[in-house]
Write a protein that binds this ligand. Structure first.
Ligand SMILES: Cc1cc2nc3c(=O)[nH]c(=O)nc-3n(C[C@H](O)[C@H](O)[C@H](O)COP(=O)(O)OP(=O)(O)OC[C@H]3O[C@@H](n4cnc5c(N)ncnc54)[C@H](O)[C@@H]3O)c2cc1C
Length: 420
């Protein structure tokens, strides 16, 4: 008879079918747990636009059979990121050769990548239930649970990946955590390239043979464009100063002329790309952040926050989704190693293993942004390489699964010492 998998008999409730929740679900399920995943969305819709996964999370996708093969055709494949000044002077090209050994990156449409991961979760037996909004979390020494439509549902553990506006945070923190404006907003679009083809200034972006990735940088504004899928798709993001009221939404409408105003005096090609954007494809996304949470786990250690619920990221870290996936893997391995009888210890170990790394990576969002936005452009023109993104080995060349297996025993020993 086959040996039971290490998490056989463990019941896990996961809230939120984003990349944190889906990763946790897949990783718990493949170790034998019974996993039920609830999401408030009524259906799986192709929402969002460009999202990036570094090689640290790329290795997680590649560990799931068949997923890499499905992601490759929809993802962006350029040799490098070309940097130009706001007035279109060429600065430098950042290539990825130096990090070839770290593994593969995946950048593409959030909805398309999400669909591949979702299908994989379903194929291995994750029970995904949509249209189920959690209104309350609870726990005692023996179990944890949620209330959905008045129904009380319990399990051994609840992993809450309910995103930036997490309700689960309230039970973990004991108070409601309010978002803050970051002082920036992002106009973002994902569009077809037909209109770009019509204009000689932008036709090169529709090249079916090459994916382009270009960043124009100016004082307190950056504009990044990526093309993919044989020159048929184009995504751009324009990050700019904005002190408007905080309203987090992936679908707030943006207006072309307002976006053009944010890059007044910039190169005509930038204006041409923005003006080629159908207004219904333009989103105005207010960038918020929250102070780092003092803890991600509930008082009885049966509920853990994962992903953005625990730690929202600035997009300039290019690591938000990757860190969410690392959380899911680490949480599942901690549960595996601790076992059903020791869920609270698993949850404490998960937090301890992840906390410092996540905060260090979060900081890179601020430093990367300021490196571009606060740059002295006379200096940049003389030192074009200064705009390159730092590509840290400790962030990207990291195997969170191997790391968790390596440090788990030591971490638990430290936690026991702290509590004795
Ligand atoms: C619709 C959408 C579009 C996005 N588009 C982009 C993008 O284009 N580019 C980008 O870089 N990032 C995007 N993101 C954010 C990005 O996916 C995350 O920052 C990152 O992947 C971390 O994911 P997460 O799983 O922690 O959170 P999220 O991806 O935000 O997932 C949280 C999930 O929790 C569910 N949820 C929330 N509250 C409840 C509740 N009370 N009960 C049940 N379910 C609940 C939500 O419906 C959502 O599916 C988007 C997120 C969403 C939800």
């Amino acid at each position: 008879m086959a040996k039971p998998l290490p998490l056989s008999g463990l019941e896990v409730i996961i809230i939120g079918a984003g990349f944190a929740g889906l990763t946790a679900a897949i990783e718990c399920r493949k170790r034998g747990a019974s996993v039920t995943l609830f999401d408030s969305a009524a259906s799986r819709r192709q929402l969002g636009d460009i999202i990036s996964f570094g090689s640290n999370s790329g290795r997680i996708f590649r560990s799931w059979p068949g997923v890499e093969e499905k992601l490759d055709p929809v993802c962006h494949h350029s040799d490098g990121l070309v940097f130009r000044t706001y007035d279109d002077e060429y600065l430098c090209t950042q290539t990825w050769d130096a990090e070839a050994d770290w593994g593969k990156r995946f950048n593409g449409h959030r909805g398309e990548i999400h669909e591949v991961v979702w299908d994989h979760a379903l194929s291995i037996g994750v029970d995904i239930r949509l249209g189920r909004k959690v209104t309350e979390y609870f726990e005692d020494e023996r179990e944890a649970g949620v209330i959905i439509d008045g129904e009380r549902l319990t399990a051994d553990v609840v992993l809450a990946g309910d995103g930036v506006r997490s309700l689960a945070r309230t039970i973990v923190l004991g108070f409601e955590d309010k978002p803050k404006s970051s002082g920036y907003a992002v106009y973002r679009s994902w569009m077809g390239t037909d209109k770009l083809k019509e204009n000689p200034l932008t036709a090169w972006l529709a090249d079916p043979n090459i994916d382009h990735h270009v960043g124009w940088l100016g004082p307190d504004v950056h504009f990044l464009v990526a093309t993919l899928q044989n020159g048929t798709a184009c995504s751009w993001v324009l990050t700019h100063k904005d002190d408007a009221d905080v309203e987090e939404s992936w679908s707030a409408p943006g207006y072309v002329e307002e976006a053009v105003k944010a890059v007044e005096g910039w190169a005509p090609v930038v204006h041409a790309i923005i003006r080629a954007t159908p207004e219904e494809k333009l989103v105005d996304w207010k960038l918020v952040f929250r102070d780092p949470l003092p803890t991600w786990i509930s008082p009885k250690r049966r509920i853990a926050l994962i992903g953005d619920a625990a730690h929202p990221f600035l997009p300039t870290s290019i690591q938000g989704a990757s860190q969410s996936m690392e959380d899911g893997v680490t949480a599942a391995i901690c549960l595996e190693l601790a076992g059903k009888a020791n869920v609270p210890e698993a949850i404490r170990a998960y937090e301890k293993i992840r906390y410092e790394r996540v905060h260090a990576v979060q900081q890179t969002g601020v430093t990367n942004r300021d490196n571009w936005h606060k740059a002295d452009f006379d200096f940049v023109r003389k030192n074009p390489e200064s705009v390159k993104l730092p590509r840290q080995d400790w962030v990207l060349n990291f195997d969170c699964a191997a790391h968790t297996y390596e440090v788990f025993d030591k971490t638990v020993a430290e936690l026991r010492k702290e509590s004795s």
